[in-house]
Design a protein around this ligand. Structure first.
Ligand code: ZN
Length: 158
C-alpha cells in the first residue's frame, strides 16, 4: 500500500496512449492497490494509470466511497443520452468546467483475474467512465470544457 504522486496537467505522460494489460503480475496488482489508495487519499472519483505515470490501460473508479470499480483494458460498447455538468480531475487541481457526456454508458473491461465483464453506468458513473477512458488515450477533460475553466472555489460560491 502506497500513495503515488499524481501527475498534473503539462506532464507529457498525460498526453500519451496507454498499452493494454496482458497479465496481472504482482507489480500490476501493486499498482492497482496503490491507485485505490491514491484515489481515496485524494478524495477523488476516478484515477487512471497515466495519472500516476504508468502508461497502462487501468482505471479505478469509486463514485460513492464504498463501491470500488477496477477496469482493465476498458472499451465503451454503448452510449446514449446526454448530460452537462461540472467536472474536475485530480491532474487539474483546483479547477472545474462544464462538460457534456453521455448519460448512459456500457463498457466491457477485465477484472484483476483477467476475466471479462460488462459495466453499465448512468449520471456520475457514466461521466466518470468516459473521463477516465479519455485519460487512457492521452486526453484531459479541459479539451472538452464548454466556456471557461473555472476555479473550484468560485463555482462553490455560486
Ligand atoms: Zn482526470
Amino acid at each position: 500500500m502506497a500513495i503515488r504522486n499524481i501527475r498534473e496537467i503539462g506532464d507529457p505522460v498525460l498526453e500519451k496512449n496507454c498499452k493494454e494489460v496482458t497479465e496481472v503480475t504482482p507489480r500490476i496488482q501493486e499498482l492497482i492497490d496503490d491507485m485505490f489508495d491514491t484515489l481515496y487519499e485524494a478524495n477523488g472519483v476516478g484515477l487512471a494509470a497515466p495519472q500516476v505515470g504508468i502508461l497502462k490501460k487501468i482505471v479505478v473508479i469509486d463514485t460513492t466511497g464504498e463501491d470500488p470499480i477496477l477496469l482493465i483494458n476498458p472499451k465503451i460498447i454503448e452510449t446514449s443520452g446526454e448530460q452537462t455538468g461540472y467536472e474536475g480531475c485530480l491532474s487539474v487541481p483546483g479547477k472545474t468546467g462544464q462538460v457534456t457526456r453521455p448519460n448512459y454508458v456500457k463498457a466491457i473491461a477485465y477484472d484483476e483475474n483477467m476475466e471479462p465483464f460488462e459495466i453499465e453506468g448512468t449520471e456520475l458513473l457514466a461521466r466518470a467512465i468516459m473521463h477516465e477512458l479519455d485519460h487512457l488515450e492521452g486526453h484531459l477533460y479541459v479539451e472538452k470544457v464548454e466556456g471557461e475553466l473555472q476555479d473550484v472555489e468560485e463555482v462553490e460560491e455560486e
